[in-house]
Design a protein around this ligand. Structure first.
Ligand SMILES: Nc1nc2c(c(=O)[nH]1)N[C@H]1C(S)=C(S)[C@@H](COP(=O)(O)O)O[C@H]1N2
Ligand SMILES: [Mo]
Length: 520
């Protein structure tokens, strides 16, 4: 027999590392599939890359790969992981701890990426953690089989009935083949389960079309340069989430259908592709929850891509006796708003995109309604499956049945973002700043009152449209001590935001937001 080499062959240890990385990914896929809601590590990492790359790179990728840009990205990630696995295998053959640390590091990246997903639960990293643990185990088994094969005399040192001895006798090729088969089976099962239980795979395959009409570009002047002010566009991951579900409803685009029915001339059914094929528009619209307390965070501004609702419903033919548009969702939730809302020119949308992405699962993938000027509970149906034309007499939607108001008109509100309550500020010029909204009426003025001073007009950022919030700032010089600021807005009709305090129930909170802070 030829003399055994001094250390495991490079090729075999590289293959061992490659297989261990594959097993780790496969276990991640399987755990994601079994969870029914978590994303697999590669999908999460891919999402983070998509988040991070600048627009030009995205455009370039689309130029090169067309609608296959997502497949190209995933292939790129697999190739990198494979190369990394080979390096890990080679290093681990010399010192196992280094290889194990490499796989663990790779798990940490997966955990981090999963934690950044919109609506991720605290255990979102589980697929990566279990994948890394099993990957390290697989690496150990593969490397030990090489060692035994390279040093056949070592087998004799192991008892013949010993499990490790039996494993070693099988040799590297058998162990490697075993790892490949088990890995491939875990991967395939994981993917199959994910398609069954989760819409994440369906969502990541979506390629949104460009809007038929270009939305006017966002002016720089809508943003004020003040630290601590809410960004004009709320990133998806920071956008508030409100719904009645503990787990996120999973609706694959392929299985989705929208029925427009009720008091119409002719029922319409649309597939997801049918919706993408409509003339889509992009609109910046600030959404607000009726449960938002004065000064609260249940409000966000996004660029929505969708089809205008009115022409769609007109295609079905609205019965003149119908006065309510009801949205019905996959989770059993319902909304309802007046048909007359469609008659003014506000762009009520059947939305499929949010800030340049398909709707995130938590924000209603595959499709939702967005109506400017109305609180979410009467209009913004996520996971939409039906639009029904009916009357207010005939049907009470989900929250109206629970005694909330059927009129969900958003109230005028100014919010102070900075200074935060009871924070300390150094003496000198202090910017008091925030956002104000009165969707469809617009914001004409924001006034600020400091301590017992006069109401003073704040500087307003440029208005994007009456459908979005508007940033404002007021700079003041303050002495050391405790100070209180109050803000109030005036809407586009000239009406001043009411001082009267109301709780959110039954039709939205009101009153002026005030903040107390300390100057050192
Ligand atoms: N299917 C469904 N859609 C829903 C809800 C819900 O519970 N189920 N909640 C509504 C409420 S009260 C609000 S404020 C908005 C919030 O949308 P967001 O989570 O995307 O911010 O969704 C609305 N759409
Ligand atoms: Mo809400």
């Amino acid at each position: 027999m030829a003399p055994a080499p001094d250390h495991p062959s490079l090729v075999r240890s590289g293959v061992a590392g490659l297989l261990a990385a594959g097993v780790a990914l496969a276990v991640g896929e399987l755990v994601a599939g079994i969870s029914g809601r978590l994303s697999a590590p590669v999908i999460s990492v891919g999402n983070r890359i998509v988040d991070a790359v600048p627009r030009q790179v995205k455009d370039l990728a689309i130029d090169w790969f067309g609608t296959n840009d997502k497949i190209a990205l995933l292939t790129g990630i697999y190739v990198l992981v494979g190369l990394f696995g080979i390096a890990v295998g080679v290093l681990a053959a010399r010192r196992f701890a280094i290889g194990a640390a490499g796989i663990a590091a790779f798990g940490v990246v997966g955990v981090w990426a999963a934690g950044q997903e919109v609506g991720a639960p605290w255990w979102a990293g589980l697929p990566s953690v279990l994948g890394a643990i099993v990957g390290i185990g697989a690496l150990a088994a593969l490397l030990s089989s090489i060692e035994h094969a390279d040093h056949p005399e070592a087998i004799d040192r192991l008892g013949a009935d010993d499990g490790a001895g039996l494993l070693a006798r099988r040799g590297f090729l058998q162990v490697a083949a075993g790892a490949a088969v088990v890995g491939a089976a875990a991967f395939a099962t994981g993917r199959w389960l994910q398609r069954r239980f989760s819409a994440a795979a369906s969502r990541s395959a979506v390629q949104l079309p460009a809007p038929a009409e270009e939305v006017p570009e966002l002016a720089d002047a809508v943003t004020l340069d003040v630290e601590g002010i809410s960004p004009f566009i709320t990133p998806n991951r920071d956008f508030y989430r409100i719904d009645t579900n503990l787990t996120v409803p999973q609706l694959a685009a392929e299985d989705w259908e929208l029925r427009i029915h009720g008091m119409v001339d002719e029922e319409i059914r649309l597939s997801y592709q049918d919706v993408l094929d409509l003339d889509l528009v992009e609109e910046r619209i600030t959404m607000t929850c009726v449960s938002n307390e004065v000064g609260g965070g249940l409000v966000g501004n996004a660029t929505w891509l969708g089809a205008r609702l009115r022409p769609l419903l007109e295609r079905a033919g609205i019965d003149p006796k119908a006065d309510q548009v009801v949205g019905r969702a996959f989770d059993g939730f319902t909304t309802g708003f007046p048909v007359s809302i469609l008659e003014d020119d506000r762009p009520a949308l059947l939305a499929v995109g949010m800030n340049g992405e398909p709707l995130p699962l938590v924000h209603g993938f595959p499709a939702r309604i967005v109506v400017p000027g109305l609180y979410g509970y009467v209009s913004a149906t996520k996971w939409l499956t039906e639009i029904e034309l009916t009357t207010f007499d005939r049907f009470d939607q989900y929250w109206v049945e629970r005694d909330w108001s059927a009129d969900g008109t958003i109230k005028t509100m100014a919010r102070i973002d900075t200074p935060g309550g009871l924070t300390h500020k150094p003496a000198g010029t202090i910017p008091i700043a925030g956002v104000a909204w009165a969707q469809t009426r617009g914001i004409e003025k924001v006034e600020v009152k400091v301590d017992d001073g006069e109401w003073t007009e704040a500087k307003l950022a440029e208005e994007d449209s009456s459908l979005t919030w508007r940033q404002w700032v007021h700079e003041v010089e303050l002495d050391a001590g405790r100070h209180q600021v109050v803000a109030r807005a005036t809407d586009g009709t000239g009406e001043v935001q009411t001082e009267e305090r109301a709780r959110p129930f039954p039709d939205g909170a009101s009153g002026w937001h005030s903040v107390t802070f300390l100057v050192d």
